[in-house]
Design a protein around this ligand. Structure first.
Ligand code: PHE
Length: 334
């Protein structure tokens, strides 16, 4: 019982002293074993008490050692001592940017270099900014080009189908000259497949000033395709959008070298990259810009699509699944 008191009172901040304490009490030749050897000589009626005392002694010593050991380790760590400093460390794994962000940042960079700023707007839009001001009259079949998600059956609360809605807002709030690109997430009620998704990202561009011509549009897009894809052979095919007149589809000549090139260009070598055109005077009128004084061009492209071309990816759904094994492949400095 005296020894129990001694063990309880024991304290040290020194490893060697702690080890000596352990050896003294619970090593093979320690006191606990030594006392236990006496067990057979103890009269039967005292055996129970005797056994309890030995047990308490043993437990007290063990607990004491454990708690002092923990205290010593904690102290070592807080002193910055981690044992062998030449041991390899635990690696800290770095995150990587999402491929959509990488491509988006690249597009922003290319247009920033020729004086475009970046504008943003809400993802939940009203009919005016997404359609009406962009020369989609109510009930006009052109609205079917962009299958729309409505919020709670309210025809005036919808998920924007393109970031042209940001351009409407920008023109309402800024006077020409305007040079802006609007990157962002857009939504369309489309079946999800390897080629299309109901959520995707766009970058749309808008340029408004005096005497802006179709030649300016073409030159700007040629500069872009050269910077983005390293290719400057382009062609503009006639197309239709309510907010541009004339409208065109931009194709870039990808060339036919590899199996993949044949597949993604469907064997023609030409690849469709974006829609574009001269801003329709009706759009300018809707935002109170005088179309006799000003003209402009606009363009819009899908980021997923460009990323699929650049990274040779076959399935658009990969971008939204957040599979770390996929995302980890895009470590870069952008
Ligand atoms: N807003 C069009 C779309 O989402 C793209 C576009 C933008 C076309 C600007 C022409 C001019 O499909």
């Amino acid at each position: 019982k005296e020894l129990i008191g001694e063990a309880q009172a024991f304290t040290t901040d020194n490893k060697e002293t702690l080890d000596a304490f352990r050896i003294k009490f619970i090593s093979k030749k320690g006191l606990v074993n030594e006392i236990f050897a006496e067990f057979k000589n103890v009269p039967n009626d005292q055996k129970k008490d005797f056994g309890q005392v030995i047990n308490t002694l043993k437990n007290t010593v063990e607990e004491k050692i454990k708690s002092i050991q923990e205290a010593l380790e904690a102290k070592e760590e807080s002193n910055g001592f981690f044992g062998d400093l030449t041991r390899p460390g635990t690696p800290i794994s770095l995150g990587s940017r999402h491929p959509i962000s990488l491509v988006k940042n690249q597009v922003i960079e290319i247009f920033s270099n020729i004086g475009f700023n970046v504008s943003e707007g809400p993802e939940i839009e009203d009919d005016w900014h997404n359609f009406e001001a962009l020369n989609f009259p109510a009930h006009h079949p052109a609205r079917d080009m962009q299958d729309t998600f409505f919020v709670q059956m309210n025809p005036d609360q919808l998920l924007r189908t393109h970031t042209s809605s940001v351009q409407t807002r920008y023109m309402e709030n800024n006077k020409p000259p305007i040079r802006t690109i609007s990157p962002g997430r857009v939504f369309r009620n489309e079946a999800i497949s390897s080629r299309s998704h109901c959520i995707f990202h766009q970058v749309e561009g808008l340029y408004i000033d005096k005497d802006v011509s179709f030649a300016d549009l073409k030159q700007t897009l040629m500069y872009f395709t050269k910077e983005m894809f390293g290719k400057s052979k382009i062609r503009l095919r006639p197309s239709y959008f309510p907010f541009t007149e004339p409208s065109a589809e931009l194709d870039v000549y990808w060339g036919l070298k590899t199996e993949t090139d044949y597949r993604i260009t469907k064997g023609t070598g030409w690849l469709e990259i974006m829609g574009c055109g001269m801003v329709d005077p009706n759009v300018l009128k809707a935002v109170n810009i005088d179309s006799n004084e000003y003209s402009g061009f606009a363009f819009g492209m899908g980021i997923e699509r460009m990323a699929m071309l650049l990274y040779q990816l076959g399935d658009i759904r990969m971008y939204f699944e957040n599979d770390v094994r996929f995302l980890e492949q895009f470590k870069s400095n952008f």
